[in-house]
Design a protein around this ligand. Structure first.
Ligand SMILES: [Fe+2]
Ligand SMILES: [Fe+2]
Length: 276
């Protein structure tokens, strides 16, 4: 279905998780494009390299596949080779915005206007501060306020990723930004929530859009390894899970003039897994 005139359709995909997630993406991205006709595709890639971090090679691969911008979360610096790309203004990948001013990398990506979307689209991620590990994040509310205050245009089209553990922090951020951004979309738990909606001020919100990865697992990691840790307390490496691969995310349709959302829809595309 082609985009309604006057809107931009933005697909946002949950954390791409290791080789199973990349396989699902490779297989299902054409299906997604056919079914949802997105004008812009944004994906979180913090788990792309074997479950944590993003390499420059994987960045290039995702961009070649048609992903317009990549975001990261608390695993942003697990692969430090990504830092030169984070520092490069021409590369559409950013680290979480609410880290120290000394932290390398861009805090935001601007996807420039083109024939598919006549306005720039801005994307940034903020980390939560409740039940999150390292790196220690600054106030995500204040950080979002500061980035929005510095926007070069009056009604910018902005997608905010809430990379947070707890539902309350994500919902609070969405209400804080309601009417000022197109969407607040949650990530990090790797489990999608069934609460996608448009808030009163016109901001689309979903507590978590889920994961692009193997769902026959414990949030992406091999079930037996995680179970061993939980049942014995012995730390074992959490290698990647496999099975039940799917692409998950959300499709937000945004009014070009106002920068507010018209609709939000969950995306769940199950991969057809080859015989092992
Ligand atoms: Fe993740
Ligand atoms: Fe995360």
């Amino acid at each position: 279905m082609p985009a309604d005139k006057g809107t931009v359709r933005i697909a946002f995909l949950g954390d791409i998780n290791g080789a199973p997630g990349r396989m699902a993406l490779d297989q299902q991205l054409p299906v997604l494009v056919e079914r949802y006709a997105p004008d812009r595709i944004v994906a979180n890639a913090e788990n792309a390299r074997a479950g944590s971090g993003l390499t420059p090679e994987l960045h290039d691969q995702f961009r070649r596949m048609g992903i317009d911008a990549l975001t990261l979360g608390d695993h942003a610096f697990r692969e430090t080779k990504i830092i030169p790309l984070l520092d490069d203004p021409s590369k559409a990948v950013c680290r979480p915005a609410n880290l120290s001013a000394r932290t390398p990398g861009k805090r935001m990506v601007r996807i420039p206007a083109d024939a598919r979307c006549p306005r720039d689209v801005f994307v940034f991620t903020v980390l939560g501060r409740v039940h999150m590990g390292s790196p220690q994040a600054n106030d995500p509310f204040e950080c979002a306020d500061q980035l929005l205050a510095a926007m070069p245009e009056r009604h910018p089209i902005v997608l905010v990723e809430a990379h947070m553990e707890v539902t309350s922090e994500k919902a609070a951020l969405a209400h804080h930004l309601d009417g000022r951004v197109a969407a607040v979309l949650g990530t990090h738990t790797h489990v999608p929530t069934a609460d996608e909606r448009i808030l009163r001020g016109g901001t689309a919100f979903q507590t978590d859009v889920g994961m692009t990865g193997p769902h026959d697992s414990v949030i992406g990691r091999r079930t037996e390894a995680v179970l061993k840790h939980f049942t014995t307390g012995v730390h074992v490496p959490f290698d990647m899970g496999s099975g039940g691969e799917a692409v998950q995310g959300a499709l937000v349709e945004v009014d070009l003039a106002s920068g507010r959302a018209r609709s939000i829809e969950r995306i769940h595309l199950r991969a057809v897994v080859p015989q092992r």
